[in-house]
Design a protein around this ligand. Structure first.
Ligand SMILES: [Zn+2]
Ligand SMILES: [Zn+2]
Length: 309
């Protein structure tokens, strides 16, 4: 298998063996600029029904390049992935890069002065990490920024901290533009938990990863294979493509089930307590489709883009 999933219909998670495990892939502790200690962080997520977390403290000199060690919190009911938010080099409109890396080794080395941002990402990928571009809206990332570091595995569609602190949580526009440019990226929703100033970033966005077992290796493999979907509260039970003619969606009660394409027009079902929709996709000219479900509270679930080749 290549390092990146092709994200075709065969990468959809729903028919894969195992269970869906709920996790937050992005958050900070007192090892960088978060408010919760590692102990408190793990306790809160565990108590609130999560199956795993990745703590991703800011991998910066001023925090002494932390890779927060959460290995002692792993057991048969809960697990962790090691990770960090990498910061090296500047983005086009100013400010340092933020790169989410999950599945890093505990001894990931600090940056070398001669490295570019893309070099650091390559080093993280070579070390087996799942790499994503976080909060494009929050950081005003340009498309040129993304192209300068591609390929990576995923982009955040929702970031809880950007949402709670600046109303810049959603990055759907960035993702649609990248898809139209042919970039095969997964879609994440995350808390980016800081708990600064009582901000409501806890339990605001997460992923459901389908994996054969609750272990760091199985979760990381499933993430890289695209076997997951992102959520801010709505749930997807099944998304199935039948003979490239029909797309069938089963979900938690929703007001809108949307199938996005590379054009302005979308296919959509509106109603109350919708839990099932079928879409005729036989005539679509879009090279990809992506499913968004929105419930009566505005909570969403997103599939990864489904490439039709
Ligand atoms: Zn960040
Ligand atoms: Zn962060």
């Amino acid at each position: 298998m290549s390092a990146f999933s092709t994200l075709t219909a065969s990468a959809l998670p729903f028919d894969k063996p195992g269970k869906f495990y709920r996790g937050n892939l992005h958050g900070h502790t007192t090892n960088s600029d978060g408010v919760w200690s590692t102990d408190e962080y793990i306790r809160q997520y565990r108590q609130n029904g999560y199956d795993f977390v990745a703590i991703t403290d800011h991998f910066m000199k001023r925090f002494d390049y932390p890779i927060t060690d959460t290995r002692q919190y792993r057991d048969e009911h809960f697990t962790t992935l090691l990770g960090a938010e990498l910061h090296h080099g500047d983005v086009q409109l100013g400010g340092v890069w933020h790169i989410l890396a999950v599945g890093l080794p505990i001894d990931f080395a600090p940056y070398d002065e001669n490295e570019t941002t893309a070099d650091v990402i390559k080093r993280a990928l070579d070390a087996n990490a799942f790499v994503a571009v976080p909060h494009p809206n929050g950081n005003s990332l340009t498309i040129e920024d993304f192209m300068s570091v591609a390929p990576v595995h995923a982009v955040e569609c929702f970031n809880g901290k950007s949402n709670a602190s600046a109303d810049r949580g959603y990055s759907g526009h960035y993702i649609d533009t990248l898809c139209r440019m042919g970039q095969r990226i997964g879609i994440l929703a995350v808390d980016d938990l800081h708990k600064l100033d009582g901000l409501n970033d806890f339990m605001s966005g997460w992923v459901h990863v389908k994996a054969p077992e609750l272990t760091p290796t199985a979760l990381l493999d499933a993430l890289k294979a695209g076997h997951y979907y992102a959520s801010t509260g709505a749930q997807l039970h099944s998304v199935e493509m039948i003979d490239h003619e029909k797309l069938v969606v089963e979900c938690s009660p929703a007001q809108k089930i949307i199938v996005g394409t590379n054009r302005q027009g979308v296919m959509r079902e509106n109603g109350h307590h919708l839990t099932h929709a079928e879409f005729d996709i036989s005539k679509t000219t879009s090279p990809y489709l992506r499913v968004t479900v929105i419930d009566q509270y505005g909570r969403r679930a997103w599939t990864n883009p489904i490439w039709l080749d």
